[in-house]
Design a binder for this molecule. Structure first.
Ligand code: UDX
Length: 460
C-alpha cells in the first residue's frame, strides 16, 4: 500500500452518494475522513454495517478497514464536521436533471448556504490553515463562482483569504471506482493560484509514491473554474459521441452485406488517434452520467448543439431498436424475456438503463415480461413497474415460454447460453442480441430468429 512519507490530513466529505462513498473510503486510507449526509438513515446504515450501500468493487473492504483503524467517521451535523479543524472539505452532492434536461443545482446551492452559515460560527484562527472547499459535483460553468458567493454571503467571510474554493471534477467509472481513484489519468483543478496551492500539494503528496513527481505534474491541469467545469461535460459528451458514432456505423453495416461493426471498430481502434475504447456497438449508453450530462450541455449551450443533439437522438433510436425491428413483443398474448437490467455488467445500477425503458414499453403494450439480472434485486424491479412482470432466478428460467428474448446487458453468464437453450425453452426462438454477445451465423444456422446490431445483411 501507500505513502511512506505521507502526512495525514483531516478531510470532510458532504454527500454520500456514489462519488462520496467511494471517495471517503479511498481517502480514509492515509487520512482522517469525516462524512456527512442530510439523509441520516443512509449514513447510519453505512456506519452500522461498515459497508457501502452501493455495489462497488473493494468498497466494503476499504470502509471496514478504515473504520476499524479509526480513520473514517460520520458526523451528526455539518458544524460537528467543520469543528474537526478540517483542511479539505469535498462536496459530492448530486446534480440531477429537471424534466426538460437542464441541471438541478438545488443541492449544491443549499450545501453552499449551510457551509456559509456554519463557517460564520467558527473562529477562523482555530484552523491551522484555511479550509479548502473542493466542489466535485458535476456542474455547468459559472456554478462554482455562484457557490462561492453564497458561502461568502452567509459566512461573511472572503474566499481567497478566510477559505478557498476549488472545482475538481470526478471521472471515476462505476465498477472500477476505487481503482480509478488509485490510478487517476488526470486531476483537473479549477481556481486561482492561491486557492489551488493546498489541494495541489495534497494530491502531489498523496500520489507521489505510486506515480512519481513527474507523473503527477503531467496529470494535474490547473485552470479556471469554468474550464474545469466544462472539462467534465466535454469528457462525458465525447465518450457518448464515440458510442453513438459506432452505433451509426453499426446501422450502416446492417444495410451492407458482408460487414461487421466489430471488425470495423477493431480496425479503427488500431489508429492511436482514435483508440479502441468506447467503440462497442449495442443498445447505447445508460448510467447516471452520459444522458444527463449530454442533455445538460445541450440546454446550457443555448446554441443549436447539433452534434450533441444527434448523439442524444441516436442513443434513443438505438435503445428502441428491439421494439421497432419486430412486433414479437406486442400484445397481451406475448411473453418477453429480458436478460440483464443493469446499465452495464459488474454493477447493480439501473439508472437510465436501456432495459428499464424496454420493460416499461413492453408492459404497457400488454405483454408479460420475464426478467433476469444476476445483481439487480427482485424488490427493486417489482417496485418499479405495474403489469405482468416476473423476476426469475436464472436466464434459462426467464426464457421459459417466451416469444421474444432481448439481451440488454453483456453479463458473462449469458455468453454461456447456446442456441438450443433458446430453441428448447422459448415458445418461439426469436432473439435480439442487444450487446453482440453471440455469433449470428451459429444462431441462425441452429434455427433461431436472430436480430443483432451491426451485422451485415447476409450474416444476420
Ligand atoms: C461514465 C464515465 O466513463 C465516467 O468517467 C464518469 O465519471 C461517469 O460516467 P459509468 O457511468 O460508470 O462512467 O460507465 P461507463 O463504463 O463509462 O459506461 C457508460 C455506458 O456506455 C454504459 O451503458 C455502457 O454499456 C455504454 N458503453 C460503453 C457502450 O455502449 N459502448 C462502449 O464502447 C462503452
Amino acid at each position: 500500500m501507500r505513502r511512506k512519507y505521507y502526512q495525514t490530513r483531516r478531510i470532510g466529505i458532504i454527500g454520500l452518494g456514489y462519488v462520496g462513498q467511494t471517495l471517503a473510503a479511498f481517502l480514509a486510507d492515509g487520512n482522517i475522513v469525516t462524512c456527512y449526509d442530510i439523509d441520516k438513515s443512509r449514513m447510519q446504515k453505512i456506519k452500522e454495517s461498515k459497508k457501502g450501500d452501493i455495489k462497488e468493487k473493494d468498497l466494503n473492504l476499504y470502509i471496514h478497514r478504515a473504520m476499524d483503524k479509526n480513520k473514517l467517521y460520520f458526523a451528526d451535523s455539518l458544524l460537528e464536521m467543520l469543528d474537526k479543524s478540517l483542511e479539505f472539505l469535498f462536496v459530492t452532492v448530486g446534480t440531477p436533471s429537471y424534466d426538460d434536461g437542464s441541471i438541478d443545482l438545488t443541492a449544491v446551492n443549499s450545501v453552499a448556504m449551510s457551509i456559509g452559515i456554519e463557517l460564520s460560527k467558527i473562529k477562523i484562527s482555530e484552523y491551522m490553515c484555511p479550509l479548502t472547499i473542493v466542489l466535485k459535483s458535476t456542474v455547468i460553468p459559472g456554478t462554482t463562482r455562484e457557490f462561492i458567493s453564497i458561502i461568502e454571503k452567509y459566512s461573511k467571510r472572503k474566499e481567497g483569504k478566510d477559505f478557498y474554493v476549488v472545482y475538481n471534477p470526478e471521472f471515476l467509472r462505476e465498477g472500477s471506482a476505487i481503482n480509478d481513484l488509485e490510478y487517476p489519468q488526470k486531476i483537473v483543478l479549477g481556481g486561482s493560484r492561491k486557492s489551488l496551492k493546498e489541494i495541489k500539494e495534497f494530491y502531489e503528496e498523496y500520489y507521489v509514491d505510486s506515480m512519481g513527481i513527474d507523473g503527477i505534474e503531467e496529470m494535474i491541469i490547473s485552470t479556471t473554474y469554468e474550464n474545469a467545469e466544462l472539462v467534465k461535460y466535454a469528457n462525458n459528451a465525447f465518450l457518448a459521441t464515440k458510442i453513438s458514432f459506432i452505433n451509426e456505423i453499426a446501422n450502416i453495416c446492417e444495410k451492407t452485406p458482408n460487414t461487421d461493426v466489430g471488425v470495423i471498430a477493431e480496425a479503427l481502434g488500431l489508429d492511436d488517434r482514435i483508440s479502441p475504447k468506447f467503440l462497442r456497438a449495442g443498445l447505447g449508453y445508460g448510467g447516471s452520467c452520459f444522458s444527463k450530462d449530454v442533455e445538460a450541455l445541450i440546454k446550457y449551450s443555448k446554441e443549436d448543439a447539433l452534434v450533441l443533439k444527434s448523439v442524444f437522438r441516436k442513443n434513443k433510436y438505438q435503445r428502441e431498436k428491439p421494439l421497432t425491428i419486430t412486433d414479437a413483443w406486442l400484445g397481451k398474448d406475448k411473453t418477453v424475456a429480458i436478460l440483464g437490467v443493469a446499465f452495464k455488467p459488474e454493477t447493480d445500477d439501473i439508472r437510465d438503463a436501456p432495459a428499464i425503458y424496454l420493460i416499461d414499453v413492453i408492459l404497457k403494450g400488454g405483454a408479460t415480461v420475464r426478467v433476469y439480472d444476476p445483481e439487480v434485486s427482485a424488490e427493486v424491479l417489482i417496485s418499479k413497474f405495474d403489469g405482468n412482470l416476473i423476476v426469475t432466478a436464472s436466464a434459462k428460467h426467464a426464457l421459459k415460454g417466451a416469444d421474444y428474448a432481448i439481451i440488454c446487458t453483456e453479463w458473462d453468464e449469458f455468453k454461456k447460453l447456446d442456441p438450443n437453450d433458446f430453441k428448447l425453452l422459448m415458445n418461439k426462438p426469436v432473439l435480439f442480441d442487444g450487446r453482440r454477445i453471440f455469433d449470428p451465423k451459429t444462431f441462425i444456422k441452429a434455427g433461431v430468429t436472430y436480430y443483432g446490431i451491426g451485422h451485415g445483411k447476409h450474416d444476420a
